[in-house]
Design a protein around this ligand. Structure first.
Ligand SMILES: [Zn+2]
Length: 397
């Protein structure tokens, strides 16, 4: 224990069982022992288990991991324990794809010294399993700079209760067939990992957002010139109120952007383009973004009915192609709120794409998007459309 001197040495945790007070060193007995925990683990927003379009219960949330040391921490495994049994284990290779230092969109497997990161967790439960009431997280890391024999460390988080507020069941935001649930929950990165520091807090408003696109009969997102709004299958389709609701806010004076390139002059406040936020009750709010100028006929404080047309799909705000961005959240702001899951009460899953890369290619080139058929087609009652599915919504809303 001679190396265990108090001072600038941040690897004090190697000196477990010893703690310094005013320069004196005491050995604490087992009952009083206080350990150094250079890896701090916590969940800021408890997950709300929801049913996906696959009929399974899913949990999607973020684990904050802080490396409170002067050396790198190689995160080797993370186990999620629910009501004391291991529900999910994430190994090193997967951690390296899911761990993002604060403010970064690139993921890392090794947490730099003195840094904080978000681990984006998603797993589904076994069929007919009941959602856990409490979760704890067991994180194992290796600190290469720590003294031999003290390099490996396992930290167990405090137990958190899952969010048990009822999952809102809503109607479809669109009508008709061949819609693609692009960048939906839970392993695509553009929405699920959009952690933003706003007004002094980190929020994930887009955690369960979907960018709805639509294919034509040849499975093209657009045909004709890429820059032309009317080339896009979804352009001009009506967006519907998903429930009886009160209109909170409306933006309707944004001009259309030219498809094929992201605008370079969009402020944070204009990113949603022409948009509507509805208060659905029970602390749930819905955002519809990027609609056409002149198409929104509802006003703040107006009561709307489920199935009522709110506006038409366009390409306003921070958008590269006409689409409907739709999300539910726990506040009336599209930025300073946290995303909430929901379940749409009736739709069919008619196929799926091979993933985001294939979708992006089809969106960039106008070439047909290869669809893997799902046979028989899957009728879903009360499920959240998962990522990259082909969805048919009923004509009757
Ligand atoms: Zn979006």
């Amino acid at each position: 224990m001679t190396r265990c001197t108090i001072g600038a040495v941040l690897f004090l945790f190697a000196c477990f069982g010893l703690i310094a007070f005013g320069g004196d060193l005491y050995r604490l007995n087992a009952a009083e022992r206080e350990d150094m925990t250079p890896l701090l683990v916590n969940v800021a927003n408890a997950p709300a288990p929801f049913t996906g379009s696959d009929g399974r219960i899913h949990l999607a949330y973020e684990l904050w991991i802080t490396n409170f040391s002067s050396g790198e921490a190689d995160i080797e495994s993370v186990e999620v324990l629910g009501d004391k049994s291991v529900l999910h284990k994430i190994e090193a290779a997967e951690i390296a794809r899911r761990l993002q230092p604060a403010g970064m969109r690139q993921s890392v497997g090794v947490l730099p010294k003195s840094s904080q990161a978000l681990l984006f967790i998603h797993f589904e439960l076994a069929q007919r399993a009941v959602a856990p009431r409490q979760l704890t997280h067991r994180v194992t890391a290796r600190f290469a700079a720590a003294p031999p024999g003290h390099q490996k460390l396992t930290e167990v988080s405090e137990a958190i209760s899952v969010d048990t507020r009822p999952i809102l069941r809503i109607g479809p935001p669109l009508a008709g067939e061949n819609y693609i649930s692009a960048d939906s929950c839970c392993d695509s990165t553009r929405h699920t990992r959009a952690a933003l520091p706003v007004n002094g807090r980190v929020w994930l408003a887009q955690r369960y957002a979907v960018d709805w696109e639509q294919l034509d009969k040849d499975h093209r997102i657009y045909s004709g010139p890429r820059e032309r709004l009317e080339s896009y299958t979804i352009f001009g389709k009506p967006a519907f109120a998903v429930a009886d609701a009160t209109v909170v806010s409306v933006t309707k004076d944004q001009r259309e952007q030219t498809p094929g390139q992201y605008p370079t002059d969009i402020s944070l406040g204009a990113a949603d383009g022409n948009s509507v936020i509805l208060d659905l009750g029970q602390g749930h709010y819905a955002l519809y973004a990027h609609m056409q100028p002149g198409s929104i006929k509802v006003h703040p404080n107006e009561k709307v009915k489920r199935g009522q047309v709110l506006g038409l799909v366009g390409n306003t705000g921070n958008s590269v192609a006409p689409h409907l961005h739709f999300q539910l959240m726990d506040g009336p702001s599209s930025l300073a709120s946290n995303g909430l899951p929901y379940e749409i009460d009736g739709f069919r899953v008619t196929g799926k794409t091979s993933g985001t890369a294939a979708f992006d290619h089809a969106e960039q080139t106008g070439t047909p998007l290869a669809i893997i058929p799902i046979s028989p087609q899957q009728s879903v009652s009360n499920g959240l459309p998962l990522d990259q599915l082909v969805i048919a919504f009923p004509a009757d809303r």
